[in-house]
Design a binder for this molecule. Structure first.
Ligand SMILES: [Zn+2]
Length: 321
């Protein structure tokens, strides 16, 4: 089997996909570049601060100059999606579009950074880098449901919570839907769709509603941040809540059986790795997947979901003991 390599810049017709090469790895985390007239362009997602050199290089390789960056649209404020927004906005003066529940953290990222530091500790800087504050006058705050122009393009913002309470998907020219993490993860080289279930906001019921919202958008293509384009729109979207439920139920079973944290991580790793092996995923694709939907984060996100939204399923078990 040959090694699956991913180009640094892919031309997808009307948009470019830039690979952030996050932590030196290929095909895990993307940024989309939307061209406009006279050299201007917009970005959908920015990647993290630690990937800025690759992002700048990708912009150049696609034929654009950073000073012509007009707008930045982030699906949500997790560091892998929006971490570099502050620096890119400072270098270009670009407008930054974000959901109202995420905007205060873009204006003052100190709380967001502090909570990420609690989770990632010493690895914080090399993993995610810095996030700079964005001046209020550069922020364009959305609720979802808006339709607006970016350069010559029509964008519709769809409110799609479930992965994050402030998550937006963006529909470009009624055709391409930029799904952030709301349509989960699918990497080149495997047909497996993997859940994106980190803390602190996971809500599977809200996520189900967001899938309906995205189905109703009737997009022709899905543009996943992790990673790339798929034309299999309906089947992909319908699979997402099933995959989420499978992983969440696996972790619930462990919680009910009294697994400790290590046990829960081992349990979901066994399931996730078995799925990839059954799909004949090459070793490099398995590794990319393991780094993208990290098992430790999955356990943190899902245990919190069960405890917060369905404490009854945990109490039942305890009362039987
Ligand atoms: Zn996310």
């Amino acid at each position: 089997m040959s090694y699956i390599s991913i180009p640094a810049v892919q031309d997808l017709g009307n948009v470019f996909l830039l690979d952030t090469r996050h932590m030196g790895g290929e095909g895990k985390l993307g940024v989309y570049l939307l061209p406009g007239a006279s050299g201007k362009f917009a970005l959908i997602e920015t990647g993290p601060g630690s990937s800025l050199p690759s992002i700048k290089q990708g912009i150049q390789e696609a034929g654009f100059a950073l000073k012509n960056l007009d707008s930045i649209l982030v699906t949500h404020i997790h560091l892998d999606h929006a971490g570099a927004a502050g620096e890119l906005a400072a270098l270009s003066g670009a407008a930054v579009y974000v959901h109202e529940r995420g905007s205060k953290h873009m204006h003052d990222p100190s709380k967001l950074m502090a909570s990420a530091e609690r989770i990632y500790g010493d690895a914080m800087d090399s993993l995610w880098g810095k996030m700079l504050a964005i001046p209020e006058e550069q922020l364009h705050i959305l609720k979802g449901g808006e339709s607006f122009k970016v350069l010559d393009h029509t964008i519709e913002a769809l409110y799609t919570p479930g992965h994050a309470s402030h998550h937006l998907a963006y529909l470009l020219n009624r055709s391409d839907l930029f799904t952030g993490d709301a349509a989960a993860i699918k990497l080149t080289g495997s047909s497996v769709i993997r859940p994106a279930l980190p803390p602190p906001d996971i809500d599977l019921e809200l996520w189900q509603d967001s899938i309906e919202t995205m189905l109703q958008a009737n997009a022709k293509r899905l543009m996943l941040t992790h990673f790339g384009m798929t034309e299999d729109v309906e089947a992909h979207l319908m699979a997402v809540p099933e995959r989420n439920q499978e992983w969440a139920d696996e972790i619930l079973q462990g919680m009910q059986e009294g697994d400790d944290n290590e046990g829960l991580i081992a349990r979901i790793a066994a399931l996730g790795n078995a799925e990839l092996l059954a799909d004949d995923a090459p070793p490099e694709v398995m590794k990319r997947h393991q780094e993208t939907s990290n098992y430790e984060m999955t356990v943190m996100g899902v245990t919190r979901y069960w405890q917060k939204h369905h404490p009854e399923v945990l109490e039942q078990e305890q009362s039987l003991l």
